[in-house]
Ligand binder design. Structure first.
Ligand code: TYD
Length: 206
């Protein structure tokens, strides 16, 4: 039998706060490992010691939306250099809980930062690195807000209002529409078992 070289995949998981991505990430990891892949599971903002320190500031410190954008990309630069690229280079799959689509959804869609400024930073920081597949957990805003209300102490983003969340959802759906080959939309408003099954079907194609 000839060994088949499988190009490692960079997978990202996105969605509004409360869409349920954290529930499904452990299953995605197990499913990929079950297919024989080494998986590096990471998150943004964060993923490196410096990135995690920036995360603390980003999630709790009020700041200008452009400062927030710049810090997201500063953390991302570190994350790409120290975690994502080395992992892909040694053949591991990378699963990141959020990546640049979140900056388009939150800082651009919800907070009004110019998309052209984000694109500039994206080109600078990522060059030609893009996720291979992005799972977007999509739920109506009321559902995500209800889930958040029953969850732990909210961070800065989770304290925002319905209008803010509506803009995030729209921006994510627009990103998906503009990048149909990369995005897989998961209807996360369905019963948990159904969502798990949909996620498994997507992973089985990778
Ligand atoms: P989140 O991923 O929801 O983590 P947890 O499940 O622990 O709450 O939290 C990260 C927050 O950061 C989320 O509200 C979205 C925000 N964020 C941005 O605003 N821009 C970005 O570029 C990224 C990566 C995250």
């Amino acid at each position: 039998m000839t060994a088949k070289f499988i190009k490692p995949k960079f997978i990202t998981v996105e969605g509004m706060d409360g869409a349920g991505k954290s529930t499904h990430i452990p299953d995605i990891i197990v499913s990929l490992q079950g297919r024989g892949h080494e998986v590096v599971s990471t998150r943004e903002p964060g993923g490196t010691p410096l990135g995690e320190r920036l995360r603390e500031l980003l999630l709790h410190e009020p700041m200008h939306a452009e400062t927030e954008t710049l810090l997201m990309f500063a953390a991302r630069r570190e994350h790409i250099a120290n975690v994502i690229v080395p992992a892909l280079a040694r053949g591991a799959y990378v699963l990141s809980d959020r990546f640049t689509d979140a900056t388009y959804a939150y800082q651009c869609g919800a907070k009004g930062v110019d998309a052209s400024k984000i694109r500039l930073l994206e080109q600078w920081v990522q060059a030609d690195l893009q996720p291979d597949i992005t799972l977007l957990f999509d739920v109506p805003v009321e559902v995500s807000m209800l889930r958040l209300a029953n969850a732990r102490e909210p961070d800065k983003f989770e304290r925002e209002n319905a209008e803010f969340f509506t803009r995030i959802r729209q921006a994510y759906l627009q990103r998906a529409q503009e990048n149909p080959a990369r995005f897989r939309i998961v209807d996360a408003n369905k019963p948990l078992e159904y969502v798990k099954q949909s996620v498994e079907e997507i992973i089985s194609t990778l």
